[in-house]
Design a protein around this ligand. Structure first.
Ligand code: MD6
Ligand code: FE
Length: 219
C-alpha cells in the first residue's frame, strides 16, 4: 500500500469537494451521498442480525457508543482487551458479511485519496443517539498501519475531534455531515481522534441517530 504524496494530494486539496485535515487525512464532502440510502438500509439489516450493543472497555467502563460489525472480523472490547474477533460474542456466530456497497465505496474513496487497492475486511458500525460521545483514541488494533481507514458519516451531524500523534496534541474540530467520507492513513494513521456529544435532531434517513462506518483492513 503506497500513500501518494505531492501532486496527487495537491490535486485533491484544490478540488473543492475535498479538504486535507492533515497530511494523510482527507475529508471528501458528500462523497457517500449517492449511496447513502442503501448504506443506511444495509446497516439496519446488519444490525437486525447482529444487534448494536454497548461494549465494555478493558478498564470496566461501558462505552457510550453502541456498536456492531460486519466483515471477516469485527472490532470488540471487553475486560480482556481490544481485539478483532471473527465471532460476534453476543450471538456466538460469525459477523454478517461485508456488503459490496460498503467495500466498493471504501475502495473507491481510498483510491481517490491516494491509497491504491484498499480491500477492507472489517467494518465497525457505530450508532450515536443524542448525548453519545466517543473519547479521544487511536485506531491501532490493526496489523498493517500502511493500510488506511475509511470513515463514512450518516444521519445527524457530529463534531469530530482530530488531533495529532500524541494525546496531548490539541485536536481541531471538524463538523461531519451525512454523506461525508474521511480517508486517513500515511502520517495521519495513528492520529488521536474522537466525537463530541451528539446534539439532538431529526434526520430523514436515520431519525435521531448518527451512524459511522469505519472500514479497515484488520488482518
Ligand atoms: C466516528 N470514528 O466518526 C468515529 N476511527 O463516529 C472513528 O473513530 C474513526 O472516523 C478511525 C478512522 C476514522 C474514524
Ligand atoms: Fe477511531
Amino acid at each position: 500500500m503506497t500513500y501518494i504524496h505531492g501532486a496527487m494530494q495537491n490535486l485533491f486539496d484544490t478540488d473543492g469537494e475535498t479538504e486535507a485535515l492533515a497530511p494523510g487525512a482527507v475529508l471528501q464532502r458528500g462523497r457517500a451521498l449517492a449511496v447513502a440510502a442503501p448504506l443506511v438500509a444495509t446497516l439496519e439489516r446488519i444490525a437486525a442480525e447482529a444487534p448494536f450493543r454497548r461494549m465494555t472497555t478493558p478498564g470496566g467502563f461501558e462505552m457510550s457508543v453502541a456498536m456492531t460489525n460486519c466483515g471477516t472480523v469485527g472490532w470488540v472490547t471487553d475486560r480482556a482487551g481490544y481485539r478483532y474477533d471473527p465471532c460476534d460474542p453476543v450471538r456466538g456466530l460469525p459477523w454478517p458479511p461485508m456488503p459490496d456497497v460498503f467495500a466498493t465505496l471504501a475502495h473507491d474513496a481510498a483510491r481517490e485519496a491516494g491509497f491504491a487497492d484498499f480491500e477492507p475486511d472489517a467494518c465497525l458500525i457505530n450508532c450515536y443517539t443524542p448525548g453519545t460521545r466517543l473519547s479521544l483514541h487511536q485506531d491501532k488494533d490493526e496489523r498493517d498501519f500502511a493500510q488506511p481507514v475509511v470513515s463514512v458519516s450518516l444521519g445527524l451531524p457530529a463534531v469530530f475531534q482530530f488531533g495529532g500523534n500524541k494525546r496531548s496534541d490539541r485536536p481541531r474540530r471538524v463538523a461531519l455531515h451525512h454523506g461525508d467520507v474521511v480517508v486517513w492513513g500515511g502520517p495521519a494513521r495513528l492520529a488521536f481522534h474522537g466525537v463530541l456529544a451528539l446534539k439532538d435532531g431529526e434526520h430523514p434517513l436515520a431519525g435521531r441517530r448518527r451512524f459511522n462506518l469505519t472500514l479497515r483492513k484488520a488482518l
